[in-house]
Design a protein around this ligand. Structure first.
Ligand code: AMP
Ligand code: GLY
Length: 417
C-alpha cells in the first residue's frame, strides 16, 4: 500500500516509521529528519490512504476536501473535528450523551459579566478554556479567583487568543491523575487501542514551569487495568460515537479521550480528533500487524482487524530548543543523533528539525526530538531513553529528567511557578 502522511512532527515521524514496515510512505510536508518527505501538497500525491496527523487541517476540512476527490482518508471531516475545534460544542454533545464530565457553562464575547457571575458560584480550582484551538495552551487552571476573572476578560476580548478565545468554557475544577486513551472509529463503531498513556505538560521537573505541548510521555500506565479502560469506553467513547451518528456525522479516524481519574470515577476532560503528540510516539511503534491495513479499514468504514499492541513499555523524552516555549531558538546544530539511534531499544523521532546550508540537521522548532526507549519493563525503557538523551546535545537544549519516574503522581496538576 502507498500511504501519504500529512504533517511534519514527531507524531508523523512515528506514523511514517511504523507504516514503513509494510507500506510505501510519503510524508507532506515532513522535514529533513523524516524519510520520504516531500514539499508536494497532499492533493497532488497519489496514494491508497491519506492520514491527517494534526488537528488544524482536520478542523479546516482537509479530510472532506480529499474525500471529495475520491481519496481514502483516515481522519474526521470538519463536522466531527468540532469535537476538538469547539469545546462548547463538545461539552454540549457529551452532556446530551450523558458522559461523566465536569459541570460547565459557555459564554460569548458579550457575556463577560455572566461569565464572571458563574465563576463566582464555583469553588477553586477555576478552569477557563478557549472554545477554539489554541495549540494546547488555551486552558487556565488556577486557585486564584482574580486570576480566573482576568483570564476570562482577556480571552473574551480576543486579546489573549484572538478569535479562539471569543467564546470561553468555564468548568468545575476536578482533581486526580490524568489518563489518555485512543479508539479507532470507522463511522459505525469505536474500538479501543488497548493501552493507556500519560503525558507531562509542564516544562520542568516536578511539574513546574509553563505549560508546553508535551515534554514526554509513557505507555502503558501500570496502574490502569483493561477493565477500567473498557469502563471509559462504555461511559464516554461509545455514547459519544452514538451521538455523532445520530447527528449524521460519519467519524472515521481516531478519537483521543483525555480523562481525570477523580474520587467519583473517571471524568472526561477533552476529546481530540487525532493521535496525541507525543502519545503517538509511544503507542504506534508497539502496533502489531499491518498498521496501514488497519487504518485503511477504518477509513473505508469497515474496521475488521482487532488492534493489538506489543506488551512492551515505551517512554519518550522531548528535547526542546533553547527558549522553548516562549521563544524557541532555531538553527542550533544537533549532535549525537546517529549515536543515540545505535543504542538497541532506542528510537528517535524528529519533531521540529530543519537543515542548514551545510546539510546538518538543526533545531527547527520548540520541541525538536522525541527520544524513545522501549523494553519489557517501564524502568528499563526509561533508562534507555535517558541513556540516549545523554549522547545528544545542542546549545541550550532543554528536557525533563523525571519522565516516567513519577508514576502515580499527577503530572499535569501541580502548581506552576
Ligand atoms: P484540556 O485541553 O481540556 O484537556 O485541558 C488541558 C489540561 O487542563 C488538562 O490536561 C488538565 O490538566 C487541565 N484541566 C482541564 N479541564 C480541567 C478540569 N475541569 N479540572 C481540572 N483540570 C482541568
Ligand atoms: N499530548 C497532548 C496532545 O497531543 O494534545
Amino acid at each position: 500500500m502507498r500511504v501519504c502522511v500529512i504533517g511534519s512532527g514527531g507524531r508523523e515521524h512515528a506514523f511514517a516509521t511504523t507504516l514503513a514496515r509494510d507500506s510505501e510512505v510519503v510524508v507532506t510536508p515532513g522535514s529533513p529528519g523524516i524519510e520520504g518527505s516531500t514539499a508536494q501538497p497532499a492533493t497532488e500525491i497519489e496514494a491508497d490512504l491519506y492520514i491527517v496527523g494534526p488537528e488544524i487541517p482536520l478542523v479546516q476540512g482537509l479530510a472532506d476536501q480529499l474525500r471529495s476527490e475520491g481519496r481514502t482518508v483516515f481522519g474526521p471531516g470538519a463536522d466531527g473535528a468540532r469535537l476538538e475545534g469547539s469545546k462548547a460544542w463538545m461539552k454540549s454533545l457529551v452532556e446530551l450523551a450523558e458522559v461523566p464530565t465536569a459541570r460547565y457553562a459557555s459564554f460569548d464575547e458579550d457575556e463577560a459579566d455572566s461569565a464572571i457571575t458563574f465563576l463566582s458560584t464555583l469553588a477553586p480550582p477555576y478552569v477557563v478554556k478557549t472554545d477554539g484551538l489554541a495549540a494546547g495552551k488555551g486552558v487556565l487552571v488556577t486557585d486564584t479567583y482574580s486570576e480566573a476573572v482576568d483570564d476570562v476578560k482577556e480571552k473574551l476580548s480576543g486579546a489573549a487568543f484572538g478569535d479562539s478565545g471569543r467564546r470561553v468554557v468555564i468548568e468545575e475544577g476536578l482533581s486526580g491523575p490524568e489518563l489518555s486513551l485512543f479508539a479507532l472509529c470507522d463511522g459505525e463503531k469505536a474500538v479501543l487501542i488497548p493501552t493507556s498513556a500519560q503525558d507531562y505538560k509542564r516544562l520542568r521537573d516536578g511539574n513546574l514551569g509553563p505549560n508546553t505541548g508535551g515534554m514526554g510521555c509513557y505507555s502503558p500506565m501500570p496502574t490502569v487495568s483493561p477493565g477500567e479502560l473498557d469502563q471509559m469506553m462504555n461511559t464516554a467513547v461509545h455514547p459519544t460515537v452514538e451521538e455523532l451518528r445520530k447527528r449524521g456525522i460519519d467519524y472515521r479516524g481516531v478519537l483521543f479521550a483525555g480523562f481525570m481519574m477523580t474520587a467519583d470515577g473517571p471524568k472526561l476532560l477533552e476529546f481530540n480528533v487525532r493521535f496525541g503528540d507525543p502519545e503517538a510516539q509511544v503507542i504506534l511503534p508497539r502496533f502489531e500487524g499491518d498498521l496501514a491495513e488497519t487504518l485503511f479499514q477504518v477509513a473505508n468504514g469497515d474496521l475488521q482487524i482487532e488492534p493489538t499492541l506489543s506488551d512492551d513499555a515505551m517512554v519518550t523524552v522531548a528535547l526542546a530548543s533553547q527558549g522553548y516555549p516562549a521563544a524557541p531558538q532555531i538553527g542550533d546544530v544537533i549532535h549525537g543523533l546517529e549515536q543515540a539511534r545505535e543504542i538497541e531499544g532506542v528510537e528517535v523521532f524528529c519533531a521540529g528539525v530543519t537543515s542548514n546550508s551545510r546539510g546538518e540537521l538543526v533545531t527547527g522548532g520548540g520541541r525538536v526530538l522525541n527520544v524513545c526507549g522501549r523494553a519489557s519493563q517501564l524502568e528499563t525503557a526509561r533508562d534507555l531513553a535517558y541513556t540516549a538523551v545523554s549522547v545528544i546535545s545542542w546549545s541550550g537544549m532543554q528536557h525533563r529528567t523525571d519522565i516516567g519516574a513519577s508514576i502515580g503522581i499527577d503530572p499535569g496538576k501541580e502548581e506552576a511557578t
